[in-house]
Design a protein around this ligand. Structure first.
Ligand code: MLT
Ligand code: MN
Ligand code: ZN
Length: 302
């Protein structure tokens, strides 16, 4: 299977439009060894033609323009996007659906909880009824496998995660299974597996088991420290409080990944995170731990 990282940044992207933090300031001035990042999304295919889009970012238009394999090939209107899976209902993962309104009906795979958010608090599915329309396909959260007919040779196992529903959701402080999921994507013919989880607040036993049973991880790389946005004077919110496990410190992502054999890649990087600077000591710590940092356009062949 091929995985294309369309967007490796967290909500806001990098640089963020109104942000003057150490990273955003330097990348705008060309004064930092690093690259800009669009908001969180990947695409997966086994034939380079039919793609499953994971999450629809507000930056989707630029992401598709940067990726010829997913662009129109046949006929006057066409796309390589054959289905879409949403791992939550966050703004950075769903707003791009509006950008796809000119196309055919969207086959969207998501949990009942995500569907509820997208038909009430942020009623994108209702709005799209008057454009392309949406075919919603419910997905389990108990780890049972399912396939998506139009995406050949892949099987998906989705798991409920402890992260957070969006601030607008009635579930923000009242968590339900299915507000956030992690997905194991398995290629049936080869048995190769990847675990995709850009929002991961807590490493429950089933998450650890998933991490130990796959070939590649694409996991939450949002923040380096729990209080990163607080100490930079950006927000009063802590990483764990908004559903993201920081990388450093006790029980942080680096410690969790120690001993996991899979290829390890962090994704959904917030613009405040020092690992965006390729020359930073924090980035060197990741290098030493064998942990990669996703960038826009990264392709993984499994
Ligand atoms: C998150 O991942 O916590 C959210 O997407 C942040 C946001 O976009 O507001
Ligand atoms: Mn996000
Ligand atoms: Zn910033």
């Amino acid at each position: 299977m091929k995985i294309r990282v369309l967007g490796s940044g967290a909500g806001g992207g990098f640089p963020q439009w109104n942000c003057n933090c150490h990273n955003c300031h330097r990348i705008r001035r060309g004064d930092m060894n690093g690259s800009t990042r669009t908001q969180s999304s990947i695409a997966v295919s086994t034939d380079d033609k039919n793609w499953l889009l994971f999450n629809a970012s507000p930056d989707i238009r630029a992401q598709l323009e940067a990726f010829p394999a997913i662009q129109p090939q046949n006929g006057i209107r066409d796309t390589g996007i054959k289905a879409i899976m949403l791992i939550d209902s966050q703004i950075d993962h769903t707003t791009g659906l509006l950008m796809l309104r000119e196309g055919k009906p969207l086959d969207i795979y998501c949990t009942e909880m995500v569907k509820q958010d997208l038909t009430t608090g942020f009623p994108l599915f209702n709005m799209l009824k008057d454009y392309c329309t949406v075919n919603h396909h419910d997905i389990p959260v108990d780890g049972s496998g399912f396939e998506i007919p139009v995406i050949a040779d892949l099987r998906f196992y989705t798991q409920a995660l402890k992260s957070k529903a969006p601030p607008y959701s009635p579930h923000r402080h009242d968590p339900h299974d299915g507000d956030n999921i992690g997905v194991i994507i398995e290629q049936i013919s080869t048995g190769k597996k990847v675990f995709y989880s850009p929002g991961l607040g807590e490493i429950e036993p089933h998450v650890m088991e998933a991490m130990q049973n796959v070939d590649c991880l694409l996991v939450d790389g949002t923040f380096w420290t729990d209080d990163e946005m607080v100490t930079q004077g950006i927000s009063h919110k802590h990483a764990r409080e908004i559903g993201h496990l920081p990388q450093s410190g006790k029980d942080g992502m680096i410690e969790v990944l120690n001993g996991v054999k899979a290829r390890k890649i962090l994704i959904h990087i917030n613009n405040t995170n020092p690992i965006l600077d390729n020359d930073s000591p924090e980035r060197k710590m990741l290098d030493a731990a064998g942990i990669e940092v996703a960038y826009d356009g990264l392709e993984i062949d499994l």
